[in-house]
Ligand binder design. Structure first.
Ligand code: NAI
Length: 359
């Protein structure tokens, strides 16, 4: 009995509960709504702020009726950026549109800003085909983040998570905008590539009849077609050459299966919301002091910097200040070496395109 109380105390000091304000930009969309729902289930999210150019107040009202619990800031202070006291265990959900400085209010004091705003693919479109519309949406939202989230005294440290495609280019766009405003912190900007890893685990588990949630597959590179590089040789399973080729193709182009099945009405939304919430929740756990939180993500990375590649996805250890350690790729098979060689030129073009757009 005594031991268990001591153990409990030790645990509670090691992983402090922390109040968190999470803002979702594009919250009324196909991804935004289920993502906000999943984030509402995290008891460490004290303020869920949902913003969209349409329907955000309705989404917020709907979410606000869900009776999930939220923890109070253990220090007794109001959550960061809040000017009013929240009653214990309450979770504030606020909805904001563009009117009445809604974007500013939505962003003020955010600890995490997630962006799923922008148009999704239709059949026969690549993610790069979305650039002409989504680049300006993401640039404008990044400008607002720089002004209203990162420069305000309450929240100079917000983590920014980019879901809007093409991620290979939208992350460099956000980085360039934040640099222009003097608030870029490479440890706090993430392209969300979790869905590629979730798909990889699922496809392998289907083939090998294993539990997908425990099937670890590393996926590196970027988030589109050939830039998605699964490292199947590092899995605990063994595969035939044909299996490796088929699985690799399915992981690289898995998004197309959903786009095709949705028949012109959009791309992955539910699995993406699951992936986005997984990543945001990992970041919140890491911020509370949980040790060894490792997630795949597309970040400013030294791994291929000598080949002119500024951003690259790989496994990353997360801590209270975001990126703590970027893992190397480990040992690659000759086939994986060839996949990386094919990914690099496309990734370089995608990154350049994003940077040029802001310049
Ligand atoms: P959607 O069209 O259902 O929702 C997009 C939402 O963004 C809409 O509610 C729209 O009103 C809003 N929006 C547009 N401009 C905005 C602005 N300036 N400010 C705030 N909100 C704005 O699209 P869906 O399916 O939710 O996809 C969103 C994005 O996520 C797409 O670019 C899609 O390609 C991308 N995506 C990324 C994945 C990834 O693995 N990173 C996976 C699947 C999709």
């Amino acid at each position: 009995m005594f031991t268990s109380i001591v153990a409990k105390r030790a645990f509670s000091t090691a992983t402090k509960q922390k109040s968190t304000k999470v803002t979702v930009l594009g919250a009324a969309g196909g991804i935004g709504q289920p993502l906000s729902l999943l984030l509402k289930r995290n008891s460490q999210v004290n303020h869920l702020s949902v913003y969209d150019i349409v329907n955000a107040p309705g989404v917020a009202a709907d979410l606000s009726h869900i009776n999930t619990n939220a923890v109070r800031n253990p220090l007794g202070a109001p959550p960061m950026g809040e000017s009013f006291d929240l009653p214990a265990r309450s979770l504030s959900v606020t909805g904001h549109g563009p009117e009445n400085n809604g974007l500013e209010t939505a962003l003020e004091g955010s600890d995490i800003v997630v962006i799923p705003a922008g148009i999704p693919r239709k059949p026969d479109m690549t993610r790069d085909d979305l650039f002409s519309t989504n680049a300006s949406i993401v640039r404008d939202l990044a400008t607002a983040i720089a002004k209203y989230a990162l420069q305000l005294k309450h929240s100079p440290k917000a983590h920014v998570l980019i879901i809007s495609n093409p991620v290979n280019s939208t992350v460099p766009i956000v980085a360039e905008v934040l640099k222009l405003h003097g608030v870029f912190d490479p440890k706090r900007l993430f392209g969300v590539t979790s869905l590629d890893v979730i798909r990889a685990s699922r496809f392998v588990s289907e083939l090998k009849d294993t539990d997908g949630s425990k099937t670890k597959i590393t996926v590196v590179g970027g988030h589109s077609g050939v830039t998605i590089v699964p490292l199947l040789s590092q899995s605990s399973h063994s595969f035939t050459e044909d299996e490796i080729k088929a699985l690799t193709h399915r992981i690289q182009f898995g998004g197309d299966e959903v786009v095709k099945a949705k028949n012109g009405t959009g791309s992955a939304t539910l699995s993406m919301a699951f992936a986005g919430a997984k990543f945001a929740n990992a970041l919140i756990s890491a911020a509370s002091g949980k040790k060894t939180v490792t997630e795949p993500t597309y970040v400013q990375s030294p791994l291929f910097a000598d080949e002119g590649i500024e951003f690259f996805a790989s496994n990353v250890d997360l801590g209270p200040n975001g990126v703590e350690k970027i893992h190397g790729l480990g040992e690659l098979s000759p086939y994986e070496e060839s996949l990386i060689a094919a990914a690099i030129p496309e990734l370089r073009d995608n990154i350049e395109k994003g940077k040029k757009f802001v310049a």
